[in-house]
Design a protein around this ligand. Structure first.
Ligand SMILES: Cc1ncc(COP(=O)(O)O)c(C=O)c1O
Length: 417
């Protein structure tokens, strides 16, 4: 649900709730049935059809839904209705009693102004046409550092974090093939899961924005308003949020929960929490394939294990992958990585997980880790993400200094975000 705010003062949105979100799946279904039966669209036909489908709707409500449907359809590339209503028009609409702030409206009922609706519809078009530039292959460079020289080890840095500011690193790698699969299967909506601070939710919202998908984020726990910056960003990128209590959230992969979500949101392409599925592995397998230097070991951070599983699957003979767990007690992750690989038909025995560099647990930090991050930034101009990447980098340097890698070895550290 959109956060409720007062609609008293005119306040034009920086982001927006596209018209499409105001249309329940039932009305689209009814329209599709009419079109399939060769019947033209009218309020009464639509209302009859929805009632036949078991929805209790008044003709007045169907009339408004029809206006939303048609305004969505007319939003074309040169639609003049993209003009934003000015404050006077907005106030007049409000006086007529039905138009709320398009950003914060909770229901279709508030959108009774044709102008606001057309503007919203035009925004839908705009959302689908923003160009995106991805930096691929991501940059690779060799890190110069006296600690490496002393150990006679080379360390190459794969800057996947530079792929795109909003869909960086493993987020892009995991989404890329999924976005193609969703398009090929005719989906226009992505649904995924995450905690309230999930980077995966943010990236999915951004991917939806740039690639023309509606996005639904199913958030663990209760709604807290105002939204935190992550969720606020996701909604600005058009993501619709819904919440599952923690018990139900644990069952999120069950048929019952998925079916309930389908009833509520209609047809969608399902991305798992963290985005780790077989297609995500395929995307991550491209990381080592992109590296045109010879190397022995490649390292990445581990949360769900999808990135490590994919990277290991993309290695050549003789190369190895090491994943650094960002979680305390991450030994169970080895089973997850093995399962993900076998589900994708990409099983390999060339990886392992290092569990000693969790710094107290997920998202926890210590003064020692913070000093490492600061020093690394000073020396190399890269600010490491403290939840995942910094722990991996600390682990790599620690292992190098304690002689875990032979002189002459070449390592790659993937900056996953
Ligand atoms: C920057 C960064 N690196 C690494 C990971 C861990 O990836 P995975 O969940 O595939 O193990 C994440 C989590 O998504 C992340 O945000």
């Amino acid at each position: 649900m959109a956060p409720a705010r007062s609609a008293a003062a005119p306040r034009w949105p920086s982001g927006t709730w596209p018209t499409c979100w105001l249309l329940p799946a039932s009305v689209r279904q009814a329209r599709a049935a009419l079109v399939a039966g060769g019947r033209s669209l009218s309020r009464d036909r639509l209302a009859d059809r929805m009632r036949e489908d078991g929805y209790r709707v008044s003709n007045a409500r169907v009339g408004l839904l029809l206006r939303l449907l048609t305004s969505e359809d007319v939003a074309g590339p040169v639609d003049v209705s993209a003009r934003r209503p000015d404050d006077a028009e907005y106030a007049a609409c409000q006086r007529r009693g039905g138009v709320g702030d398009p950003e914060t409206c909770r229901s279709w009922r508030q959108f009774s102004s044709g102008l606001a609706v057309r503007w919203q519809a035009a925004r839908v078009h705009e959302m689908r046409s923003d160009p995106i530039t991805l930096r691929l292959p991501s940059p690779l460079f060799e890190l110069r550092d006296d600690r490496l020289e002393r150990a006679q080890v080379r360390l190459l840095i794969k800057r996947d974090d530079l792929i795109h500011p909003e869909i960086p690193g493993n987020k892009w790698r995991k989404l890329s093939y999924n976005l193609s699969a969703a398009t090929n299967a005719g989906h226009d909506t992505l649904l995924t899961f995450g905690g309230a601070y999930s980077n995966h939710l943010r990236a999915t919202a951004a991917a939806g924005y740039y690639f023309g998908f509606r996005t639904i984020g199913v958030v663990r726990g209760e709604e807290h308003l105002p939204l935190n910056p992550s969720l606020e960003y996701a909604t600005r990128r058009g993501m619709r949020l819904t919440y599952l209590d923690r018990t139900t959230y644990r069952e999120k992969q069950s048929l019952t929960v998925i079916e309930a979500l389908r009833r509520e949101w209609g047809r969608f392409y399902l991305l798992p929490e963290g985005g780790s599925n077989s297609l995500a592995l395929k995307g991550c397998a491209e990381i080592p394939e992109e590296i045109d230097a010879t190397f022995d070991v490649i390292c990445c951070a581990v949360g769900t294990g999808g990135t490590l599983a994919g990277i290991a699957a993309g290695l050549r003979e003789g190369q190895r992958a090491i994943g650094f767990s960002a979680l305390k007690g991450g030994d169970f992750l080895a089973d997850d990585v093995a399962r993900l690989q076998s589900e994708a038909g990409l099983a390999s025995a060339n990886w392992r997980i290092e569990c000693a560099y969790h710094f107290g647990g997920f998202a926890k930090t210590t003064p020692q880790l913070q000093t490492f991050i600061d020093t690394f930034a000073e020396r190399h101009g890269i600010v490491l993400d403290r939840v995942y990447v910094a722990k991996m980098m600390f682990g790599i340097f620690d292992m190098i200094q304690t002689g875990a890698f032979p002189a002459g070895a070449t390592m790659v550290a993937v900056i996953t975000g």
